[in-house]
Design a protein around this ligand. Sequence first.
Ligand SMILES: [Zn+2]
Length: 288
Amino acid sequence: MLIDTHAHLNFSAFKDDADEVIRRSLENDIWMINVGSNYETSKRAIEIADRYGKGVFAAIGLHPINLHTGLVKIKVDDKEGVHFEKEFDFENYKELARSAGPGQAKSKIVAIGEIGLDYYWRPKTTKKKELFKQKQKELLLEELRLARELELPVIFHCRMAHDDLIETLTNLDCDFYDRRNRSQISGVIHCFTGNWEQAQKFLEMGFHLGFNGIIFKLDLDEIVKKTPLEKILIETDCPYLPPPQFENQRNEPLYVKYIAKEIAKIRNISFEKVAEITTKNAKELFEI
Ligand SMILES: [Zn+2]
C-alpha cells in the first residue's frame, strides 16, 4: 500500500472524472489526501473525502499564491480553477472544517494545507517585494493559528522561500500546540526543492519532507539519500509533475508508485521498504 500525501483531485483538471481516478487508485491500494488551495478547492476536497470511506482524506487552506495582494499579477492556472482571496477568513475556514459530516471533521480533514510562502511571482521593486513577503508571512501565521486551534498538522508549500520559511518557523513567538512533544507544529514541507542545509533545519524542527515527480527534474538525490526514511512522505501533486514516462500528461495518485520506485533506486533499498515506511509515516503524521 502507498499514500499519495499531496493530490488535487479537487482541482478542475479532474472535474469530469475524479471518482474514476479515485476508484483506480483505491483498487491499487493507494490512499490519498486532496489538498485545498483556497476556500473553493478546500470545500471540494472535503466533499470528495465525504463520498468515500477510508482512503480519501482532505486538507484545507489558502495557498499563498491565491492571496490577492494587489502587488503582483499572477497567471491564472486553468488546471486549478483559481479564485483569489483578498484575505484569509479565519472563521470561514474554521466553519468549513466543522462542516464535514457528523464525526467526520477529525477523521477526514487531516491537515491545514497547503499554506506557506511562494516568491515565484514577486513584484519587481524592493519596496513592493518586501510588502508582498510580509503579506504572505501574515497569512501563514493566521493559518498556523488555525492549525493549532483545530489541532492538525500542516502541509507547507514553499517555493523560492526556504530561508524565509525556516526563519518564520524558528522565530515563532507563540504557544502553538506541541502535540507529540516533538516540535511546536508537526507537518511536511511538500515538494521539497531546497538544499541539504535547509532540509536539515526542517528535519531538526521535526518536519517531514515530501517528494514527488520533481525528483526526476531537479537533482535532489543527495537529499533523498540523506533524509531519514522515517521523515519521508511520497506524493504526486497531481495533476502537476507527472513522472517522465507520462510527460505532458495529467498526473494522478496511481503514479505515486513511481516516486516510491525512484526513492528506492536512489537509496538502494527495496520498493517494499519505501512503501512500508512512507505509508507508516503518513499514517502517523496525519493520524489516518
Ligand atoms: Zn499542491
